[in-house]
Design a binder for this molecule. Structure first.
Ligand code: ATP
Ligand code: MG
Length: 472
């Protein structure tokens, strides 16, 4: 076989070949599976295309196994799926496609293998390996996909303008593959993308977001993000990011280009985490800067409050991209809001109380916050970077030692609101909240210890000042 498959995969492909022979048809492994095998990437799904009915082939393949795997199929699309071992296998009949202007859903009719390869988006995705008896295992590569893999090039098999106009999602896919595989985009293909930017409007937000997430999850997301920017796609799908770009100068004073700074921070964080949401936090950490930018005479550019404004933008951006509006959004929002806190601590004399407040506000997300903060240290000035990193390590140590002695991270109030209501015979009211807050502040400020007895005594004193006495 041209591609290097595991023993289990070879066993499965033999069964598929056998089933095709029984039906008197030809079939091929095609697309991503072939590409990823050649590149030595992990694969877990394989697409099989046959000359004929994909659903019938899937049923015939299923019967080769005992017990037979379940066949799920979609009559309308002529596709079928089975799971054999850990491999997800998709079957479809070879097809020809023609598109209408307002939709990315083509009209479909049966076709040859070559017709089917032509409808694929990129030459690296159009490679096929035969499962037919005559040339079992041979690579069928009419568009020099193998050469493109060697040269690390993304290129469309047909006219790029037509390819991207037919299905504009392919523009996002081209950039996503460039980012995942660290390939470059062929010049004609690139021009085809630039000519069709406005067509992205016919693609659903969810599909765009899927591709953006894959870019964010790639090893060096800045590759894809910069291509989105350079092509003009980012202007359409994510204008708030564009507002970050560029540096303004006044009275000889400039500020850094916050777009490229953000890309650097995303790359930095990608070295330390595969968590999509932490990567989103890196992408959005400075999103409030354009709205808060001011020039102060004699002082320079400031972005006061950009973390608060940025935090407020997070839910809107998540809604726009149809991202989940749940704890994941709240996590990103919280990180954007807090992203300056650890670093601002290094600028002053760090008190235990400031450390306790940070632990209290960040809670369980303190490690994620510190990862973001460290990634945020970017400067061309090496000495500056070193100074920030040293300070950062100092804050990290202080966080550890304060947490060890005070246990603030998952802080639960030693005296609860219910207890206060019962002790003073109060209904739920403002006074209960005031007493609770006073206890919390006293603990965070280090005026009293973080335990029940100290909190109880402090509660009595605070209540007395409000003319309250315990009812029993
Ligand atoms: P991945 O699985 O990493 O997303 P993939 O290339 O396998 O990458 P799939 O969406 O699984 O992508 O699609 C499988 C194959 O179907 C692709 O390799 C390609 O040949 C073809 N394909 C997918 N989407 C398109 C598209 N929008 N236009 C043309 N061909 C496509
Ligand atoms: Mg795939």
């Amino acid at each position: 076989m041209f591609i290097d498959c595991s023993e289990k995969e070879r066993f499965i492909f033999k069964k598929i070949a056998h089933a095709a022979e029984q039906l008197g048809t030809e079939c091929y492994i095609i697309g991503g599976f072939v590409r990823d095998k050649i590149l030595g990437r992990k694969t877990k799904d394989a697409d099989i295309v046959c000359l004929g009915d994909g659903i019938e082939l899937a049923h015939t393949v299923a019967r080769q196994f005992t017990p037979s795997p379940k066949v799920s199929f979609f009559k309308n699309f002529g596709t079928a799926h089975i799971k054999a071992d850990d491999l997800d296998i998709e079957f479809v009949g070879a097809r020809k496609e023609s598109y209408r202007y307002h939709s990315r859903k083509p009209e479909v009719m049966p076709g040859t293998l070559e017709d089917d390869q032509k409808r694929r988006d990129f030459t690296i995705n159009a490679l096929a390996v035969s499962l037919s008896k005559a040339n079992y295992g041979a690579l069928i590569d009419p568009f020099e996909g193998m050469k493109a893999l060697e040269e690390k090039i993304i290129r469309t098999p047909l006219d790029p303008d037509q390819t991207f106009s037919d299905d504009p999602l392919r523009m996002m896919r081209a950039i996503r593959f460039a980012s995942q595989l660290q390939f470059s985009i062929d010049e004609n293909t690139w021009n085809g993308i630039k000519n069709n930017i406005e067509r992205i409007h016919i693609i659903s937000r969810e599909r765009i977001t899927d591709e953006l997430n894959k870019i964010l999850l790639s090893k060096k997301p800045s590759v894809g993000l910069d291509l989105l920017y350079q092509s003009g796609l980012l202007h359409v799908i994510f204008p708030q990011m564009i507002d970050l770009a560029g540096a303004e100068y006044k009275d000889g004073m400039g500020h850094k280009d916050n777009f490229y700074h953000t890309l650097q921070v995303v790359d930095n964080i990608a070295e330390h985490t595969d968590d999509l949401w932490l990567r989103w936090a890196a992408l959005l950490h400075d999103i409030g800067k354009p709205a808060t930018k001011r020039f102060e005479e004699g002082h320079g550019w400031t972005f006061h409050g950009h973390e608060v404004v940025g935090g407020r933008m997070v839910p809107k951006i998540f809604a726009r991209f149809r991202l989940p509006m749940d704890h994941k959004m709240r996590f990103v929002k919280k990180l954007v809001e807090l992203h300056l806190r650890p670093i601002s601590l290094t600028k002053e004399n760090i008190t235990d109380s400031a450390i306790r407040r940070l632990l209290f506000d960040a809670g369980d997300d303190i490690d994620a916050l510190m990862t973001l903060c460290k990634a945020d240290i970017t400067s061309k000035n090496k000495q500056k970077v070193k100074r920030y990193l040293d300070n950062f390590e100092m804050v990290r140590h202080r966080l550890e030692s304060v947490e060890e002695s005070d246990r603030i991270r998952n802080w639960q109030p030693p005296v609860t609101g219910e207890m206060i209501m019962e002790i003073f015979g109060l209904p739920p009211c403002k006074q209960v909240g005031d007493i609770k807050n006073a206890i919390r502040e006293a603990i965070l400020d280090g005026h009293i210890e973080n335990n029940y007895d100290a909190a109880y005594d402090f509660m009595l004193t605070t209540a007395r000042a409000l003319n309250l006495e315990p009812v029993k």
